[in-house]
Design a protein around this ligand. Sequence first.
Ligand SMILES: Cc1ncc(C[n+]2csc(CCOP(=O)(O)OP(=O)(O)O)c2C)c(N)n1
Ligand code: SF4
Ligand SMILES: [Mg+2]
Length: 328
Amino acid sequence: MGAAAEALKDFKGFSMKNLPREEPLSPGHRACQGCAEILSLRLALKAIGKNVIVASATGCMEIVTTPYPQTAWRVPWIHVAFENAAAVISGVEAAYKAMTRKGKMEKKDVVFVAYGGDGGTADIGLQALSGALERGHNFVYLCLDNEAYMNTGIQRSSATPYGAMTTTSPPGKKSIGQATWKKNVPAIAAAHDIPYVATASPAYPIDLMNKAKKASLVPGPAYVHIFCACPTGWRHDSSIAIEVARMAVATNVFPLYEVIDGQWKLSRKNPKPKPVKEYLKLQRRFRHLTDAEIAKIQQRVNKEWKTLLARCGELEELEKFGEIEQNL
Ligand SMILES: Cc1ncc(C[n+]2csc(CCOP(=O)(O)OP(=O)(O)O)c2C)c(N)n1
Ligand code: SF4
Ligand SMILES: [Mg+2]
């Protein structure tokens, strides 16, 4: 049994009956109505608990929780630059280790958490993240992926999906919107051979909380990539963020899985995937897409789903999907 599996063997998981009551991130923040990013962060922190030190990259979740002189945080929280949340939490964790070893501080089960948006993770903070994962610091990294630089006005990132409209990938006569495919950051994290990697969605809140908790229990680095629907940037009604997030899973646009000690495991099978069109049509950032472009996206989603099924050893699912993919 690997180190992560060993650390998780007694973890029973949360259910509707034993949800934690604590709220490390309090109400009264200034996120937009219907924001799934703040909800995801709240759920993850609830699961991890109060005994935590949090480093926040610049981004929406920093801005909306700490308008000077107020803060929505009830736990120690450090605002760092856009690019270095993982480097800062590495330093905090190393200092804590040194001070407790020297007897200068009492040793408690402190969890070290860093979070960043997709821009702060997939782009500008990727080097700091990779370094921290490679050095093996004992910390949890939460990537809050709303698929663009929302805080500064909806600019594209490398995690923006193909075809999406952003202010720096505007669709027009010569542009279909974002021209590149979404960077697969969870796979990059997994390539560091760390104990725990997972994808999560606020549409499956208990699953999200269990994954955040597991990430905090394993020894060494853990990475959780959370799909955060953003009504403001994705141009959908503020009442449907969870519906959009659920549809991303139902269409295989954002599959849920874990990688524990290097073993890939699907969290949800999807015997009857819905066509990606069902997901795209909920959001105005995709409304300019032609049927030909949608077909191209469908093909890409199918290809990535098959790669994931193979990584997870789901050979029966892979065979069944081969029979139905032409109809999507
Ligand atoms: C070096 C540097 N470049 C640019 C900025 C401006 N900036 C602050 S937050 C941000 C975008 C954040 O995007 P993301 O990480 O995806 O988080 P989101 O706001 O979408 O949650 C940018 C460009 C900065 N603070 N520092
Ligand atoms: S812009 Fe998007 S991610 Fe940022 S606070 Fe508003 S809804 Fe949330
Ligand atoms: Mg973002």
